[in-house]
Design a protein around this ligand. Sequence first.
Ligand SMILES: [Zn+2]
Ligand SMILES: [Zn+2]
Length: 376
Amino acid sequence: MKLFRCQVCDNIVYFENRTCGRCSHRLGYVPELEIIAALEPARGDAWTPLAGDRTLRRFCANADHDVCNWLTAAGRQDRLCLACRHNDTIPDISLAAHLSAWRDIELAKHRLFYSLLRWKLPLKTRAEDPSHGLAFEFLADPPQTSGPRLMTGHDDGVVTIALAEADGAEMEKRRAELAEPYRSLLGHFRHEVGHHYWDILVRDGGRIEQCRAVFGDDSQDYEAAIQRHYAQGAPADWTERFVSAYATCHPWEDFAETWAHYHHIVDTLETASAFGLRIKPAIDKDGAHSARLDFDPYAVGSIDQIIDAWAPFVVAMNSVNRAMGRPDLYPFVLAPAVVEKLRFVHELVRGGAAEPDDGVLAERMTAQAIGEAVER
Ligand SMILES: [Zn+2]
Ligand SMILES: [Zn+2]
């Protein structure tokens, strides 16, 4: 994640900020420009961004519930932003606990979309592509406690996130039950859209044989593989070939886990780079524990540059967390075979950018057209 700047007072501001802490200007994220803009009120519910082309914008309809700070072109019929127009089902927010959980879910979802838009990955809503568009269902468990728990998952473009995962105690309970070293809402989003982009970029993108060469044969029975995993656990030597124990259960899960880790690594390195972090221990004579983080990992050509920076960075950050008595920031090991899987995902993401007919360009063109009309 980048750092942002208030255009009025030069204060550093952050992705989730609603107002500037120094000059009190209202702030909103302009997704097609990838900036936080300071805003002046204009006519009605429109705002003038004090950045970019200054064309009028409105807040996403979900800003009414304080779950979104993204802006959309003022003249659009659809008042939902590029991230929220993929919401298919939201919980009953007349219940305060649901609204609070939805806010946490939206924080993670907007960070997911920040990355998808940075990579210019294809993004179609269900309205634009009724069979494979990306849609989200944020669902609460049914009131009766005896039935099966609602599960987070993906089915043909529809990602379901269980509202219960926004409850810290419940998430920790599930993490412990599954013996996972790491569990987060953002991790769920990144994993589940991995399944969606497997459909779009691998299966429908003509890359299934290349994918099988790296991740194995996905034609094996999925349900049987999942049941076998929960009955027997991961093979003893899994860390030599997989990024997580769950990745061992089926090549689809291996792909989604690797995809999620690629998200984690790229976005975390961008954050470190934005803060000017560098890893250069004074006692590191041969440079093996040093890393330059001064590059844009969303644009870098080679996975090797990402991994070369990530490895020393993780050692440093895990050590910092241990100094605070906290679990490791990144409790995983990237074996050479896992790096090759990350290389496949990296090349898929870098080669999978959307054709110039996607929603972002449409948004940009709408904004430009309105700006020109206003100027005239
Ligand atoms: Zn300011
Ligand atoms: Zn929104």
